[in-house]
Each structure stands twice: as C-alpha cells, then as structure tokens.
Design a protein around this ligand. Structure first.
Ligand SMILES: NC(=O)C1=CN([C@@H]2O[C@H](COP(=O)(O)OP(=O)(O)OC[C@H]3O[C@@H](n4cnc5c(N)ncnc54)[C@H](OP(=O)(O)O)[C@@H]3O)[C@@H](O)[C@H]2O)C=CC1
Ligand SMILES: O=C(O)[C@@H]1CCC=N1
Length: 282
C-alpha cells in the first residue's frame, strides 16, 4: 500500500505494528515516519531495525502523514497531539490505539476540525501478523477512510468493527489478552521443568499445544467446554489436574482478571479526562 503513516509514540505497540507491516510487505519503511517524546536512542533503534523514517520535526510529521497513529500512553495523549491541534489536516484520519481514550475525547480535542477519528486496539501479536484488532469509528470517517484503516490493520491480523461503547471491553480482552496467555505459558513451562522436561523442548511443546487448541476453537465447530470435556476421561490425568484448577477457582480468577482490566481501561480514560477538561478548549 503506497500510503504514508505518521506514528506518534515509538514504544512496544508502535514497534509491533511496524514489524508486522514490514513482514507482510504491505507497507514500505519509507512510508512510515515515527516520533516520540525524547528518547533518541529508541528512534535510532527503530531506524536501524526497520529503516523507517524518524523525526521530531512537527512540519515533517504533518507533511508526511496521510494517516496518523497515536500510540503513546493515555496520560500523554494531549501533549503528544498539542503540536498538531491547530494544524491537523481535516481529512487525515487519526487512529488512536490507546486504552481508555474515547473517540469523543479525540473528536472534541479538535473542536473546529472534523477530524476522522478511529479508536483501535491491536495487540502485540501484530509482530507475527496475528493481531486481533477491534476498532470503532468516529463521526467523520468516510467509507474510503474506513477501507484504508481496515487494510492497515488487516495487514497485521484480523479485525472486528464494534460499537465505541465496547472498546474498553475489547482492550481488556484482546489488547491485554496475550499477556495473560504468556503468563499461563510461563506457568506451563515452569511445571514442565519441575517434572523433568528440557527447557527448550518445553517451550516448543507448550506453544504448539496452545496453538493447536486455539486453532481448534477457531474452527467454531465445538465450544471450549466441549473440547476440554473430550480430553477428560473419568479418573484420568486431565481430571486430576482440573480438580486443582477448580479448587483454586482459576476460571473465576480469569473472569475477575478480565473484569479488572476492563475497569482499569475505563479508569484510565476517566482520569485523563479529568486532567484534560480544563485545557481542551485553550
Ligand atoms: N503494549 C501493548 O500490548 C498495547 C498497548 N496499547 C496502547 O498503546 C499505547 C502505547 O503503549 P506501549 O507502546 O506499550 O507504550 P510505551 O511506553 O512502550 O511507548 C509509549 C511511547 O509514547 C511516546 N510518547 C510519550 N509522550 C509523547 C509525546 N508527547 N509525543 C510523542 N510521543 C510521546 C514515548 O516516547 P518517550 O519514550 O520518548 O517518552 C514512547 O515512545 C498505550 O496507550 C496503550 O494503551 C494498546 C494495545 C496493546
Ligand atoms: O496495559 C495496558 O494498559 C495496555 C493496553 C492494552 C495492553 N496494554
């Protein structure tokens, strides 16, 4: 796609997207321009690894971007957008990948410009072109812009359009989700080591086991519950393990975990909104 992207924020999420786009040969390095707040070393690192353009020159960023991606922490977004508050081109879509910050927050930041805002939550599996990216559209997004945004995220995985009101839930489930899976995988690797399995082999065994299980669920033929019951013979090994999971309320704990993350996404938005209210219209 011959389309210029300006990315504000050069952290883990920005890098995961860049890596995925380049891996899929869908966007060329010269089409990507990245900036951050102050970390020069990080910008050097990104240029070296991906040959993308980097700068802190606001005019260059503005000039380059046919689409802006805001990938800083929620608390930093207003500072990050400040240089573009008056100069943002009205037809340039602005994609935010931030937790908690709503489409309305961003639209209201530009009261005199009908900026097409998209709130998207990719995840770091973008690196391997396997992100799940839910997104919600703002009022000023045209069909053509929607098509472009969908392409941009399809290059790094799967997409799902959802109502904006569900974006905090999406953040909790798919944005943070890989972290919980990695934690689970780490626990399985630790168990493997304890029962005498070689570390390197354990990593392969665990990741393939998760991949296979995930692919089975993706066929949509059977529910997770049916699938685990298929594995569980009465009095067998699976049941022995499951008894421990139930005893420790692992399912309830995971539900609680996702609910907490959901609440935190809302809190992040609310707390930033409080800070912002006073100066939004300055
Ligand atoms: N990590 C993840 O898996 C996911 C993250 N997200 C969201 O993506 C966003 C970024 O997360 P992540 O990449 O992990 O965060 P990082 O902390 O890794 O990166 C944040 C980046 O924002 C930059 N930044 C801060 N202030 C400004 C500013 N005023 N102008 C320009 N750049 C600025 C920082 O620059 P500097 O280092 O110079 O301060 C840094 O490069 C967050 O809002 C998060 O909610 C969404 C889905 C998944
Ligand atoms: O932990 C966070 O706040 C970000 C949002 C989704 C994933 N990471």
């Amino acid at each position: 796609m011959n389309f210029n992207l300006t990315i504000i924020g050069a952290g883990s999420m920005a890098e995961a997207l860049i890596a995925g786009w380049l891996k899929s040969n869908s966007i060329s390095p010269e089409n990507i321009m990245v900036t951050n707040r102050s970390n020069d070393h990080r910008l050097d690192e990104l240029t070296r690894a991906y040959q993308v353009k980097v700068t802190r020159n606001q005019e260059s960023l503005l000039e380059h971007g046919q689409l802006f991606i805001l990938a800083c922490k929620p608390k930093d977004w207003k500072n990050a957008l400040l240089p573009f508050k008056q100069t943002m081109k009205p037809n340039t879509p602005l994609i935010s990948v931030m937790a908690g910050i709503t489409v309305k927050d961003l639209e209201e930041y530009f009261p005199h410009l009908n900026v097409p805002v998209i709130r998207a939550i990719p995840n770091t599996s973008a690196v391997v072109n396997a992100s799940m990216t839910p997104y919600a559209l703002g009022a000023w997004v045209t069909q053509t812009q929607k098509n472009i945004v969908e392409k941009v995220f399809t290059f790094v995985g799967e997409i799902a359009e959802v109502p904006e009101s569900q974006m905090d839930a999406m953040t909790a489930l798919t944005g943070t989700g890989p972290a919980y899976i990695y934690y689970l995988m780490e626990s399985m690797e630790m168990a493997a080591e304890k029962i005498g399995i070689d570390k390197t082999l354990a990593r392969h065994l665990v990741s393939q086991t998760l991949l296979g299980a995930s692919l089975r669920v993706q066929t949509k033929e059977l529910s997770p519950s049916t699938l685990y019951h298929q594995i569980m013979s009465p009095g067998g090994t699976t049941e022995a393990g499951f008894n421990i999971l139930r005893e420790h309320e692992v399912q309830e704990t995971m539900i609680h975990c996702i609910e907490k993350a959901y609440g935190r996404s809302k809190e992040l938005g609310d707390s930033c909104r409080e800070i912002l209210t006073d100066d939004v219209h300055k």
